[in-house]
Design a binder for this molecule. Structure first.
Ligand code: SF4
Length: 204
């Protein structure tokens, strides 16, 4: 979620429709309550000041919709297309370096305790050998074109595409050579290049 208000969301996600997004999350939550055992997780990438300040409102929104977890990405990699030849550059955005981060996060956590349906607040995005990334074992990111990427931190298939759902089955991709190699690299702490921003130490 790129914001808790229509104005911020649509400013950050150009061409989006905040009301439609909220409606779809609501439908997901309804489906989950009726038949699925899955959890609905809302990922907040508060990389800009105005998004950070909306975090308490986002917790209220998540609670109203019935979202189970709000995951706050403390570090993200922003990929930029720098040429027509498909070359991408990355830059690490650090929410935890924002001077208001701790204060606003504390406020959101206090607020959550008093809500009737409090979403669990999880901070994520910083990894180390003793706190390795588990995304290659527990989640997938699928682009609108059906391309499979390890996580939403990368978010665009041009960075690292592990499979194509228009060509292969999901279970085949999940166990393919690229996925097995990624898991092996993380297990052995040979961190692949696109993952290095997540492994920066907390104080660097
Ligand atoms: S970029 Fe790599 S380390 Fe970071 S969340 Fe994705 S898979 Fe994990």
């Amino acid at each position: 979620m790129g914001g808790a208000s229509k104005a911020t969301y649509e400013k950050v996600r150009k061409g989006s429709d905040f009301d439609a997004v909220v409606h779809h999350i609501e439908k997901f939550c309804e489906l989950k309550r009726k038949k699925a055992r899955t959890k609905v997780r809302m990922v907040c990438v508060a990389s800009r000041q105005e998004l950070l300040m909306e975090l308490p409102d986002l917790i209220r929104l998540a609670s109203r919709l019935g979202v189970d977890q709000v995951r706050i990405k403390q570090r993200i990699i922003q990929w930029e297309n720098v040429s027509d030849s498909g070359k991408y550059l990355s830059r690490s955005l650090r929410l935890d370096s924002n001077p208001n981060y701790r204060k606003v996060l504390g406020e959101a956590q206090r607020l959550s305790k008093n809500l009737r349906m409090p979403p669990r607040i999880v901070t994520a995005g910083i990894h180390s050998p003793s706190h390795p990334c588990l995304q290659p074992w527990n989640s997938m990111y699928i682009s609108t074109e059906g391309k499979v990427i390890p996580c939403c931190t990368m978010g665009i298939p041009e960075t690292w595409c592990l499979g194509d759902l228009t060509q292969e089955k999901l279970a085949e991709i999940w166990n393919n050579r690229a996925y097995r190699e990624l898991r092996k690299q993380i297990r052995s702490n040979e961190i692949p290049e696109p993952c290095k921003a997540c492994y920066l130490s907390a104080d660097c």
